[in-house]
Ligand binder design. Structure first.
Ligand SMILES: Cc1cc2nc3c(=O)[nH]c(=O)nc-3n(C[C@H](O)[C@H](O)[C@H](O)COP(=O)(O)OP(=O)(O)OC[C@H]3O[C@@H](n4cnc5c(N)ncnc54)[C@H](O)[C@@H]3O)c2cc1C
Ligand code: SF4
Ligand code: SF4
Length: 760
């Protein structure tokens, strides 16, 4: 029974008691309790018990129904309730209670925080990079965690709810990404299509579409009047991908970014593993993925023998330039064949060992042969040992062939042939064998790097066990599955192409294949690749310039794009406009003198300077609107302005470190002097955990708070704080290095509606 039902019943009993007491009437000879005889009370109690039991039976039946019945077909399109099957519930919510609570489908989660931020009751937290319900019993069923989860299908699902879950309203657009305002396009997160891969793909696609459309309209529309063919607003994955594509297609474009390029990703936690999902979707964005082309080329190099390996880079460059001769082509064909063989090994394609025991026995044979081959490498090895090693290599190759493992067979023969070609008593022969093994190990490492973090660590653990012969029978199946998953990511298509004889001839195909196999990479690696890619393509974006309005011109087929840069209004004219502005919105400014100040460069150490100079060598802003990396601040004097969750979390992170829902204060040499300015009071929707933590910091003297306070002026090394209601009443002048203004902001909806775009 729910708490509310119990409360209703208790209230009813109290009401009845009160009524009876007020209307009591003692009749002679009869014993009355309050105004009722005993059987009256018994009747009421029985009634209440029946009602309670009915509720309990109904709840239990509903919970059972959710578990056992197939998901009902949605009658209402707007209702986003999702029903997990019994199997999925067992997998992701094995001990789940039958009251409403969120379930996280771990494989889908990208750790984007959206559900954690959306939940007002601290039910969810990011643990090991993935959302995790840490307090299911606190769930109040408001379902915003599911609504905000950006992946499709959802990774965060509220189960056992009877509530209708309304979808998030998104701007209307057609198949070519055009909004209700002809000539204005919308892409990426803001259009309701989340994730980096989607954003980048849409960026390239919309620009290609616009290029065609402008080309077609040039014929009848006369010469364009505008300065630019296209204005791209926002430079996240969507906008930057579009800008690179526009540059390649020779469009005249302007890119406007209110913050810095890729600011959403720059603000991810340091070192975050960025998932590039959905894996089944190909990457076609204008910006390249890190390591993809390089990775394929490195693999091809790995697969070549010396001395040709030294020329691999030159051969690949010649291939790109179309100047490769026949010998070079044959070398690359061979290398790609070997790579394919390697992939087959990893995938364990068509294993002849359906039964794990047989497979383990076979593995034992292989390792015995490996051991015999390895004995030849000992410093005291005799000629006999070396001959035995050669024989073992050959025998191992036969074993692979007989087991129907063509990939392994090729590799074993490769090792054997290399050892045979050289004098087996010669140290070089042994080195060649070693080299082969090293090469394979390196290739394997790279291959593993393509898996998701979780699978990757499971795979390397199992491979290690396999190498040490300690793998359990029950683990063989899992290893097989992981190998297959890895190979599928990278090798599936390549295999088909090799079979059809297509792949070696067309390098493009190999790269195409690789495009959708990369599962992700570290934030830093992705950002570096994209910044480099932007520079290589000669793409310039106007950073720190915010677009305020887009208006259709009255005298031609173009738009006026109004922006603000360093407080000045700027106007551009563009024939088409692409809105790629994400969902974070525009942070609210303090609007006080000194807000645009830069951090004063210290006379101090190089380390100090590095904190304060940005990647472009620009001097850092003194006022920031988000705290990305608390660890970058140590021994600084910092003012945090705001009363909501992000301000409170930021202030706490500058003086303490988190471990689960606990905090540990930083040691004195690493902490900061933090002052929190709150205009009136802490916000009502402040998470309970945040409230406790901020008061812990205040009580411990780690954070000083001024309630009812605001900034009047920011100076080079101090800030003037005044009474929020009376700016003439100066409360304090505080020494200061940085100001974090986390006072909310405008969501994109207002901006879009002002342009005339319809939402929902
Ligand atoms: C913590 C976190 C982790 C995430 N992890 C992943 C992940 O692992 N994998 C994944 O695929 N996705 C992840 N996401 C989601 C991903 O970041 C977004 O889907 C992606 O960034 C969307 O790209 P976009 O270009 O549409 O928008 P954004 O990247 O948000 O870019 C929009 C840009 O427009 C600018 N802008 C906004 N308004 C204006 C204006 N008026 N004028 C000028 N410029 C403006 C903004 O400053 C911003 O730079 C994560 C998100 C977060 C918050
Ligand atoms: S957002 Fe609502 S439904 Fe989701 S976990 Fe938090 S309280 Fe529960
Ligand atoms: S919103 Fe979805 S994808 Fe993002 S952390 Fe939560 S469950 Fe994972």
């Amino acid at each position: 029974m729910k708490k509310s039902q119990i409360l209703i019943i208790v209230a009813l009993v109290i009401l009845l008691l009160a009524l009876n007491w007020m209307t009591r009437n003692d009749f002679a000879g009869k014993e009355y309790f309050g105004g009722l005889p005993w059987y009256g009370w018994a009747g009421i109690s029985l009634f209440l018990i029946v009602i309670g039991a009915a509720f309990a039976i109904r709840d239990a039946a509903r919970a059972r129904k959710l578990l056992e019945e197939p998901p009902p077909v949605h009658v209402d399109e707007a209702d986003q309730r999702i029903y997990l099957s019994k199997e999925l519930l067992e997998k992701y919510d094995p001990d789940g209670p039958n009251y409403p609570h969120p379930v996280i489908v771990a494989e889908r989660c990208i750790g984007c925080h959206a559900c954690v931020d959306a939940c007002p009751h601290d039910v969810l937290a990011i643990v090991n990079g993935i959302s995790t319900p840490i307090a299911r019993d606190q769930c109040m069923e408001d379902t915003s965690c599911q609504v905000e989860c950006p992946v499709n299908p959802k990774a965060c699902i509220v189960v056992n709810t009877t509530k209708k879950i309304m979808p998030r309203k998104v701007p209307r657009r057609d198949a070519s990404f055009m909004t209700d305002v002809p000539g204005v396009y919308i892409i990426g997160d803001v259009s309701g299509t989340p994730l980096i891969k989607n954003a980048a793909n849409e960026g390239a696609a919309v620009v290609i579409h616009i290029a065609h459309e402008l080309h077609a309209s040039n014929g009848n529309g006369g010469p364009p009047q505008a300065q630019y063919d296209v204005a791209i607003i926002g430079a996240g994955p969507a906008g930057l991908s579009g800008a690179v594509m526009a540059k390649r297609l020779g469009l005249r474009f302007i890119g406007i970014e209110q913050d810095t390029v890729m600011s959403t990703i720059v603000k991810y936690p340091k070192g975050k593993y960025v998932f590039l999902k959905p894996e089944t979707m190909e990457w076609t964005g204008g910006i390249r993925l890190p390591g993809l082309e390089e990775y394929v080329e490195e693999m091809i190099e790995e697969m070549m023998d010396e001395p040709q390996r030294a020329q691999a880079a030159a051969l690949l460059a010649a291939e790109r330039a179309g100047t490769l001769d026949d010998t070079g082509r044959q070398l690359l064909v061979n290398a790609r064949d070997r790579y394919q063989a390697y992939l087959e090994i990893e995938a364990g394609f068509e294993s002849p060992f359906p039964d794990a025991k047989k497979f383990a026995e076979w593995q034992l044979d292989v390792s015995a042969l490996n051991e015999r081959a390895a004995r030849a490498k000992a410093p005291n090895a005799t000629d006999d040992d070396r001959r035995a090693a050669l024989a073992a290599l050959l025998e191992r190759a036969r074993l692979f062939r007989d087991a129907g493992k063509p990939g392994l067979f090729t590799f074993a023969m490769w090792d054997y042939a290399r050892a045979l070609k050289l004098d087996p008593t010669n140290a070089e022969a042994l080195e060649a064998i070693e080299d082969g093994a090293r090469r394979l190990a390196r290739a394997r490492e790279k291959f593993e790097a393509l898996l998701d973090a979780e699978d990757k660590s499971a795979l390397s653990e199992l491979l290690q066990k396999e190498r040490e012969n300690t793998i359990k029978e029950t683990e063989v199946g899992q290893l097989d599955r992981l190998r297959k998953a890895a190979a599928q990511r990278y090798g599936e298509r390549m295999e088909a192409e090799v079979e059809s004889g297509k792949m070696p001839a067309e390098r493009y195909e190999a790269l195409q294949d690789a495009r959708h196999k990369v599962a992700g990479d570290q934030r830093e690696v992705l950002l570096n690749t994209w910044f480099k890619n932007m520079a290589e393509n000669g793409v310039a974006i106007n950073e720190n310039e915010s677009c305020k309005a887009v208006k259709k011109a009255t005298d031609g087929d173009y738009f006026n794009v109004e922006t603000v840069k360093a407080g000045e209004k700027v106007n551009y004219t563009a024939r088409r406009v692409i809105l790629a502005i994400g969902t974070a919105g525009t942070p609210m400014k303090l609007k006080v003198p000194g807000e645009a100040l830069k951090v004063k460069l210290p006379d101090g150490t190089e380390e100090d300077r590095q904190v304060q100079v940005t990647r472009d060598g620009k001097v850092e802003d003194k006022v920031k609107y988000k705290l990305n990396d608390p660890e970058a601040y140590k021994s600084k004097k910092i003012i945090v302005v705001g009363a909501g969750n992000s301000a409170i979390e930021g202030a706490v992170d500058l003086v303490a470190r988190r471990s689960g829902d606990q905090i540990e204060f930083r040691p004195p040499e690493e902490t900061n002097e933090v002052t929190l300015l709150v205009r009136s009071d802490l916000k009502n929707d402040l998470k309970f955990g945040n409230k406790i933590q901020i008061y812990d910091c205040i009580d411990a003297g780690k954070i000083k708070v001024y309630f009812g306070a605001a900034i009047k002026e920011i100076r080079d090394d101090e800030v003037v704080v005044v009474n929020a209601r009376n700016p003439d009443d100066v409360k304090a002048t505080i020494k200061n290095d940085y100001v974090f203004a986390m006072i909310g902001g405008d969501k994109p909806t207002k901006f879009l509606e002002a342009i005339g775009i319809k939402i929902g």
